[in-house]
Design a protein around this ligand. Structure first.
Ligand SMILES: [Zn+2]
Length: 304
């Protein structure tokens, strides 16, 4: 009998500060994001939701186990579907985001994007346009707890990232600026922009970080992501100078100390992002998708 790989463990709520609960979806792979529930005296705030109707319902069941107060505010850390597909299921909640995120959520062509990924039963997912947007910073209050929402001021993981900083708890909710245990994903973002943003996050000296994917972590995850970004900028610059396409470069680069990270197919995506930054152009998302398919051999396996 051949040994089967261990199934990912079930999602779970983890208390990360008094009244703050991280919803962790192992193993943090494609579409297996984290969300955070900030409970307050009268209402709760959710940072992000989940990728499918069923996964959002499971998150809402866990919310009901830790509070009987309604979620009245949902913060979208960025437009990607794992963080936003379930937002509309928080009926009556006000959705908050960066303007770019709102624009992308409303323009997202699910029929074009979703077939890129194999696996999920998406269920009832809809584009829920944020009703409140902010360009730089916004403070939310949950009783006496201040929740600072910050846009880095530049492209990083996307052009519309928001991270949450809870100063009294020294807790940082990073969205996909950090993948703990996964390959960082730049795609349409910016490698140098993410590097600068990670420096700023480091200066906050958080006690704990809830990343967009993977287990809660400390500054070591910021350092690991920084290490990866410096590495990929170096190998991308060499490959670009040699005239290699991102796909040919991805096939020839040895990921070395990063080869144990999940989602190794993001290497080719990240090379596209580096090349676009070197050339001062936008990433050709169609070519990026085609090259990723060529590496994976078909649609990308993702959450069930
Ligand atoms: Zn993302």
């Amino acid at each position: 009998m051949t040994e089967q790989p261990a199934a990912p463990s079930a999602p779970r709520m983890v208390a990360v500060a008094d009244g703050v609960h991280a919803y962790i979806q192992p193993d943090g792979g494609w579409y297996l994001n984290n969300a955070v529930l900030i409970d307050g005296p009268d209402a709760a705030i959710s940072i992000d939701s989940a990728a499918t109707e069923a996964r959002t319902a499971a998150y809402q069941d866990e919310i009901a186990r830790v509070t009987d107060r309604p979620v009245r505010t949902v913060v979208a850390t960025h437009h990607h579907g794992d963080h936003t597909h379930g937002n509309h299921l928080f009926s009556g909640a006000t959705i908050v985001s960066h303007p770019y995120c709102r624009d992308r959520v409303l323009r997202e062509d699910y029929h074009a994007v979703l077939p890129m990924f194999a696996g999920p039963e998406w269920g009832d997912i809809r584009a829920a346009g944020p009703a409140v947007t902010f360009a730089e910073r916004l403070e939310l209050w949950s009783g006496e707890r201040r929740v600072e929402l910050r846009h880095p001021g530049r492209a990083a993981h996307t052009h519309g990232d928001v991270y949450a900083w809870l100063p009294d708890d020294r807790l940082l909710i990073s969205g996909d600026l950090i993948f703990n245990g996964g390959t960082p994903m730049l795609a349409e973002g910016s490698p140098t922009g993410l590097l600068r943003t990670l420096e700023e996050i480091g200066e906050l000296a958080p006690r704990l970080i809830v990343p967009g994917h993977g287990e809660p972590c400390g500054l070591e995850a910021v350092e690991a992501t920084t290490d990866y970004l410096r590495w990929i900028l170096g190998v991308a610059r060499d490959a670009h100078a040699e005239g290699l396409s991102p796909l040919d470069a991805a096939r020839s680069i040895d990921a070395g100390r990063f080869s144990g990270l999940r989602e190794p197919e993001r290497l080719v995506m990240n090379l596209h992002s580096c090349y676009a930054e070197f050339e001062g152009t936008a990433v050709d998302m169609g070519q990026l998708a085609a090259d990723t398919f060529a590496i994976v051999g078909g649609p990308i396996p993702s959450c069930a």
